[in-house]
Ligand binder design. Structure first.
Ligand SMILES: NC(=O)c1ccc[n+]([C@@H]2O[C@H](COP(=O)([O-])OP(=O)(O)OC[C@H]3O[C@@H](n4cnc5c(N)ncnc54)[C@H](O)[C@@H]3O)[C@@H](O)[C@H]2O)c1
Length: 362
């Protein structure tokens, strides 16, 4: 197995990381199809450099399998549909696998009607929203994906936790340029970044978190027992989080806001998160070649804007991630130490020997 420990983590090939994840899921009772889709979601997210939501998430997902909150034998069910939409009950099946298949349903509907919406209820943590939006872009459709999350974020005027970090992503194909893809929490940062800073003993910027009095704090250790995350850009992130809550939760019949149970905490109740996946079939509205040329033109105009003295280049949303993805293919993935520690813990949980894959540092 190709591996190399570094001071800041471990280098691992995409194939080895995928094989490790598949074996951990096999030992946890996942079927081959769900395990394969989940490994693709998590490993690709690491390849993009979004380490907070890549394979680091597998330990928690499989803990939920052991506690019965995710059912490895369940399969989602279509509970309603129309010409351009489908409603899905996830039945607590493996969330990344449910989400891949649900986005595929949205793509199929869009290929018939021009637009497709799939709402999912009865699900749990789907990881990085961007992976699913990119599934549409890969097939030359515009994709949007989002998810409601248990409350951890405050809103303007409130002191308490009111909404989740409700991530939203879009992905749009281009011609010679890479797809444009924005993948963000509607909070200033995802909660995992606060946990990661806390684990590293670092302070955080003062626009990430407020304490119980609603006062900004740079101490990540307060969270989650006290305080709340802040919405990105104040009322703008708040407003987007409400849209995500409506399309993922209110419209799907999933739990809403304070009804959503944390997938991380040790509680018996089902999480009942909702997801929303939307696809737009460009080719039905404009010749694809024209659209792609127009996208390339837009991207090049943005990138050629006059730069500030300290900027080397202007990036499009998703561009940094594509470059990291390409590097991961040729140079393997350098997993940060906190992800490696997490994967070692996962190996222990499921009785795997990961010492050769993730050798001790130092
Ligand atoms: N499932 C969940 O419960 C959950 C909740 C919250 C967040 N998340 C995930 O967490 C991840 C991280 O979210 P985040 O809000 O911390 O992300 P972030 O603040 O790091 O923003 C990342 C996005 O911003 C773009 N970007 C960054 N710098 C840029 C620049 N200079 N120019 C142009 N674009 C730029 C990136 O291409 C990317 O699309 C996402 O994958 C999100 O889906 C998941």
């Amino acid at each position: 197995m190709d591996k190399a420990a570094t001071q800041s983590g471990s280098r691992i090939s995409v194939q080895d990381l995928r094989a490790f994840c598949l074996e951990a899921m096999r030992r946890s009772g996942l079927n081959e199809a769900d395990a394969g889709l989940t490994a693709d979601v998590l490993v690709t997210t690491d390849m993009m450099g979004t380490f907070t939501h890549g394979t680091r998430q597998l330990r928690g997902l499989l803990k939920n399998v052991r506690s019965g909150r995710i059912n490895p034998r369940a399969r989602e069910e279509i509970v309603g549909d129309g010409l351009a939409w489908v409603m899905v009950e996830a039945h607590d099946a493996m969330p990344p696998a449910v989400s891949c298949r649900s986005m595929e349903l949205a793509i199929q509907k869009a290929k018939v009607c021009g637009l497709g919406y799939v709402g999912v209820k009865g699900s749990s943590h789907f990881g990085a929203a961007g992976y699913y939006a990119n599934l549409a872009a890969k097939q030359d459709l515009i994709g949007l994906s989002m998810c409601n999350v248990d409350i951890c974020m405050t809103v303007p005027g409130a002191r308490a936790k009111v909404l989740g970090t409700n991530p939203i992503a879009y992905a749009v194909p281009a011609g010679d340029e890479r797809p444009v893809c924005l993948d963000i929490a509607t909070s200033t940062v995802a909660a995992t970044k606060v946990f990661a800073a806390s684990a590293r003993g670092e302070s955080i910027p003062d626009n990430w978190l407020v304490d119980d009095e609603g006062i900004p704090t740079t101490d990540p250790r307060l969270y989650p027992e006290q305080g709340a995350l802040l919405p990105m850009a104040g009322h703008k992130g708040y407003g987007l989080a409400v849209l995500v809550e409506i399309l993922s939760g209110v419209l799907t019949g999933a739990a809403i806001a304070s009804q959503i149970q944390s997938w991380v905490l040790d509680v018996p109740d089902r999480t009942n998160q909702g997801h929303a996946f939307l696809a737009i079939d460009i080719a039905q509205m404009m010749p694809l070649v024209d659209f792609k040329a127009r996208m390339d033109g837009l991207i090049r105009e943005i990138k050629s804007a006059p730069k500030t003295s300290d900027a080397e280049r202007i990036y499009l949303p998703g561009e940094m991630e594509w470059e990291r993805h390409d590097a991961a293919v040729t140079e393997d993935i350098l997993l940060p130490s906190d992800v490696v520690a997490n994967l070692r813990g996962l190996a222990e949980d499921v009785g795997m020997d990961a010492s050769s894959l993730f050798p001790a540092e130092g």
